[in-house]
Write a protein that binds this ligand. Structure first.
Ligand code: S3P
Length: 168
């Protein structure tokens, strides 16, 4: 298996913040799937959803990670929250390296994303209901995909990184 570390988890679970610092600590390359997709398509994710719809975005995500197999090593990859859910993606992610699920409680997530206007799936009047239903739907995919699970709610970013390094 390649030495990559793949971070998965719900929106607002800290994948990007943790990923950046983790990559730095390990002297690994940092890759954020959302940023890469925006850059390649010269379009913000909210615009891709608006113009082409969610399924098209999911195709872009799937193609992007598929193309990483055999092409990258010594990288930390932070993934979009919906990526492990699509059928087949779990296997691709596990083939890429060690998959770490950054787990966060619903309350923690809501606190972190409540002011956010960049995530199309969270633009709703019932944020709690949306987070609740998406989390319930996605939790099995996150658990099935992950080699390692970390409860992040009461940990600082450096504590999360120490946990990952300890188990990696
Ligand atoms: C999504 C999560 C977002 C981004 C898109 C869809 C999702 O990434 O990929 O808005 O379906 O959970 P983050 O998890 O980095 O916010």
């Amino acid at each position: 298996m390649a030495d990559n570390i793949i971070l998965i988890g719900f929106m607002g679970s800290g994948k990007t913040s943790v990923g950046k610092l983790l990559a730095k600590s390990l002297s690994f390359q940092f890759i954020d799937t959302d940023e890469e997709i925006e850059e390649k398509n010269k379009m913000k994710i909210s615009k891709i959803f608006d113009v082409y719809g969610e399924e098209y975005f999911r195709d872009l995500e799937t193609n992007y990670i598929k193309n990483l197999i055999h092409h990258i090593q010594s990288s930390v990859i932070s993934t979009g929250g919906g990526l492990p859910v699509r059928e087949g993606n779990s296997e691709i992610l596990r083939e890429l390296g060690v998959v770490v699920y950054l787990k966060a409680r619903k309350e923690t997530i809501i606190n972190r994303v409540k002011e956010d206007d960049t995530r199309p799936l969270l633009q709703t009047d019932d944020l709690e209901g949306r987070v609740n239903s998406l989390l319930t739907l996605r939790e099995p995919s996150y658990r099935e995909t992950a080699h390692i699970e970390i409860e992040t709610d009461d940990l600082s970013i450096s504590e999360i990184i120490s946990e990952i390094m300890g188990q990696y």
